[in-house]
Write a protein that binds this ligand. Structure first.
Ligand code: FHN
Length: 570
C-alpha cells in the first residue's frame, strides 16, 4: 500500500521560524543623503521622500558597481545566524530589478556597469548551502512605472493610472522570470498592497501558483488572500496569535542601507524578540541592508553571529516548535513546545526558585539546553485549596546557565496540557490580556481583539471588558495598563478616563497619548504603560475583573489600543 503524504506546502516555513531579509538596491548609493540633504526615515524610500525625478534616480544605476558582493558569504552568514530562509528584494518600490529582466531594461545586468546577476549567484549558493530563497516583490508601488502606484511627481495621480496595465505588463511578466530563472523559490514576499483589489490579489496569487505551485505568497499580497499573515514592521504580538504569522524586523531603524543609522538593537534585545516570536508561533524575519559595494555592515554581522551562537545551543526550543500551550504570558518567561517537551525560555533569570503553575502533565526530566549535566530538582503538586491549581516547583542554580536567554526543557509524559484559566504567576503578578477578555455589552458589535492581541474599535463606554483569574497569594497590587501605540502618531489616540474593577476594589485613571512620546526614527510600535494606582486583593481563589471607558472615544486609531492589565505585587 502506498503511504499517504501528509506533508504540507507550508511545513518548511512553519518549522523555520527565523529568516534573513535583505533590502538591497540603488538606494544603497545615496544611503539616506540626496544632494547634500540627509533625509530622515527609511533609506529605501529616498526616491519618494526627496521626490527624485525618474531620470535623476535612474542615473544611480550607472554608478552601481558592488565589487564586494559575494553570494557565498551572504548565504553563509544566514546559515551561521541560524536562519532558515533568505528573502531578498528582487524589485522594491523604486522599480529597479536586482536581476536580469527581459521585461524591463531597468535592471542590474542591463542598466549598471556591474552586469552580473546577484540573484542568480544567490540562488546557486542557496541551493549549494541548503537554504530556501524567497523574493520580495513590490506589486503595487512602483515609482519608475507610469502606471505603478506612488509616483505623482513624474506621472499622473494614482487614481488616474491604469494599474491593471502595470500588473499585466510588468508585474506578471517579472514574476514569471523570477519563478522560472532561479529554480524552486520558497515565497514571493509581496508588500504594501495599497489599492490593489481582491480580484487582482487573487489573480496574482493564482499566477504565482500556476508557475510554482508550492511557492508561498506573503500576507501583504493584500485583501487577506496570502498563505499567511504579516504583522506590521517591527510589530511584536502582545498575545498568542491564531494562524500563521511573520513579523519583518530591522536591526537598526532602516531596511535599505543608511550610512548614519547606528541605532542598533543589542544581541540581548534581538534574542528576546526572537523568543517572544517563537512563543507566539510567529516567524521572525530579520533584515540587513548591504552597502552599495555589497558589504553587509559589520554591526549586522556581529549581531547575527551572536544570535546564531545562541541558536546553536538553544535551537531545539525554536525550530519546528509550536506556540506556548498557555493562553497567556508568564512574566519574563517565554514558552514553546515540541512533541512531549515544553521549553521555558527565561528572559530574566529567576534565581534558585521558580514555580510554573498550571502544567497538568507529569514531568519526566528537566534539562538545560546550555548544559544538560546540571541537575534540576523539582516537585509537582496540586493545591486543592486553590481550586486544584497544579504547581511545579523547580530548584535552579543561582546563576543562569546561559549568559543570554536560558532554556530549560521539560520532558513530559505526554503532549503538554495546561490549565486554561488566568493564573497568578510565580512572581505573584497577574496579567489580564485583551485576547482573554470577555466583551460584555458590545452595542455597535464592532469591538474585537485583533489576532496580535490588541483590542480594536473599543470606543464605547457601555462596552466593559471582563476577566476572571485565580489568585494563590493575596496582597496589595500596582495596577497598570499596557497599550500598543504608534510612536509616529501618538496624538492620534487622545487620552481617556478608564476604570478598572478588581473584585470589590476599583481604580480610576487616564490612558492614551499621555503615555507615549513622538519618535520618528525608531520602531513605530511601542508598548506604552499607564499607571492607574493600587488595589488590595484580600482572598485566594477566583476573582473577577472588569474595565470600562469613562467616555466615548472618537479618535482616528480605532479606539483604545489596549493590550493588557498588569497587576504587580507591591
Ligand atoms: O515600504 C516598505 C518598506 O520599504 C520595507 O520594505 C518594509 C519591510 O517590511 N515594507 C514596507 C513598509 O511596510
Amino acid at each position: 500500500m502506498m503511504s499517504k503524504d501528509t506533508s504540507h506546502f507550508m511545513d518548511w516555513w512553519r518549522e523555520a521560524r527565523f529568516g534573513l531579509f535583505i533590502h538591497w538596491g540603488l538606494y544603497a548609493i545615496p544611503a539616506g543623503v540626496w544632494r547634500g540633504t540627509l533625509y530622515p526615515w527609511i533609506g529605501e524610500w529616498i526616491m519618494k521622500h526627496a521626490r527624485i525625478p525618474v531620470k535623476d534616480y535612474e542615473q544611480l544605476a550607472t554608478q552601481f558597481y558592488p565589487v564586494k558582493f559575494d553570494a557565498e558569504s551572504w548565504v553563509s552568514l544566514a546559515k551561521r545566524a541560524g536562519m532558515k530562509y533568505i528573502t531578498i528584494t528582487s524589485k522594491h518600490h523604486d522599480g529597479f530589478a536586482l536581476y536580469k529582466s527581459r521585461v524591463s531594461p531597468y535592471n542590474i545586468v542591463d542598466a549598471t556597469p556591474y552586469k552580473r546577476d546577484p540573484i542568480k549567484e544567490l540562488a546557486e549558493e542557496c541551493s549549494r548551502q541548503g537554504i530556501k530563497l524567497c523574493f520580495y516583490y513590490s506589486q503595487s508601488q512602483d515609482w519608475h512605472h507610469p502606471n505603478g502606484i506612488g509616483n505623482d511627481w513624474d506621472f499622473k495621480p494614482d487614481e488616474e493610472k491604469d494599474f491593471q496595465e502595470y500588473l499585466d505588463n510588468k508585474v506578471k511578466p517579472q514574476l514569471k522570470e523570477l519563478l522560472t530563472q532561479y529554480g524552486p523559490i520558497g515565497m514571493i514576499w509581496f508588500d504594501t498592497p495599497k489599492s490593489i483589489t481582491k480580484e487582482q490579489s487573487l489573480e496574482l496569487k493564482a499566477y504565482v501558483k500556476s508557475i510554482q505551485s508550492d511557492c508561498l505568497v506573503s500576507g501583504r499580497i493584500g485583501n487577506g488572500v496570502g498563505d499567511y499573515a504579516s504583522l506590521g514592521d517591527n510589530q511584536h504580538p502582545a498575545g498568542p496569535v491564531h494562524g500563521d504569522f511573520e513579523t519583518p524586523c530591522t536591526l537598526n531603524d532602516t531596511w535599505g542601507y543608511k550610512s548614519c543609522d547606528d541605532n542598533w538593537k543589542t544581541v540581548e534585545e534581538l534574542i528576546d524578540l526572537l523568543v517572544n516570536c517563537v512563543s507566539k508561533g510567529v516567524n521572525y524575519l530579520l533584515n540587513v541592508g548591504p552597502t552599495a559595494e555589497g558589504i553587509i555592515p559589520a554591526e549586522s554581522i556581529e549581531r547575527l553571529e551572536a544570535v546564531g551562537q545562541w541558536l546553536k545551543v538553544n535551537g531545539e526550543a525554536v525550530y519546528a516548535t509550536g506556540a506556548t500551550p498557555y493562553p497567556g504570558e508568564h512574566g519574563d518567561v517565554r514558552i514553546s513546545q515540541k512533541g512531549n517537551t515544553l521549553y521555558l525560555m527565561f528572559k530574566k533569570w529567576p534565581g534558585e526558585r521558580f514555580t510554573l503553575f498550571g502544567l497538568k502533565n507529569r514531568v519526566l526530566n528537566a534539562r538545560f539546553l546550555a548544559d544538560a549535566r546540571i541537575f534540576v530538582e523539582y516537585t509537582q503538586s496540586v493545591l486543592s485549596t486553590d481550586n486544584n491549581l497544579a504547581r511545579l516547583d523547580l530548584l535552579l542554580p543561582e546563576e543562569s546557565p546561559d549568559s543570554l536567554v536560558t532554556v530549560l526543557a521539560l520532558d513530559l509524559d505526554s503532549v503538554p496540557s495546561v490549565d486554561m484559566r488566568i493564573l497568578q504567576q510565580a512572581d505573584y503578578s497577574i496579567r489580564l490580556p485583551a485576547h482573554q477578555a470577555g466583551i460584555g455589552e458590545n452595542p455597535s458589535g464592532v469591538t474585537e481583539c485583533l489576532p496580535i492581541g490588541i483590542m480594536s474599535n473599543w470606543n464605547d463606554p457601555r462596552t466593559a471588558l471582563d476577566w476572571s483569574f485565580e489568585v494563590h497569594t493575596p496582597g496589595r497590587f500596582r495596577v497598570a495598563l499596557e497599550l500598543q501605540m504608534h510612536r509616529k502618531r501618538p496624538e492620534l489616540y487622545g487620552t481617556f478616563p478608564v476604570t478598572v474593577q478588581i473584585g470589590e476594589a476599583s481604580v480610576k485613571g487616564e490612558a492614551g497619548s499621555i503615555n507615549i512620546s513622538r519618535d520618528e526614527s525608531g520602531d513605530p510600535f511601542h508598548t506604552a504603560r499607564a499607571e492607574l494606582g493600587e488595589i488590595d486583593i484580600t482572598q485566594t481563589g477566583t476573582i473577577s475583573a472588569a474595565m470600562r471607558l469613562g467616555k466615548a472615544i472618537q479618535n482616528g486609531a480605532d479606539g483604545m489600543p489596549f493590550a493588557s492589565i498588569v497587576l504587580e505585587p507591591k
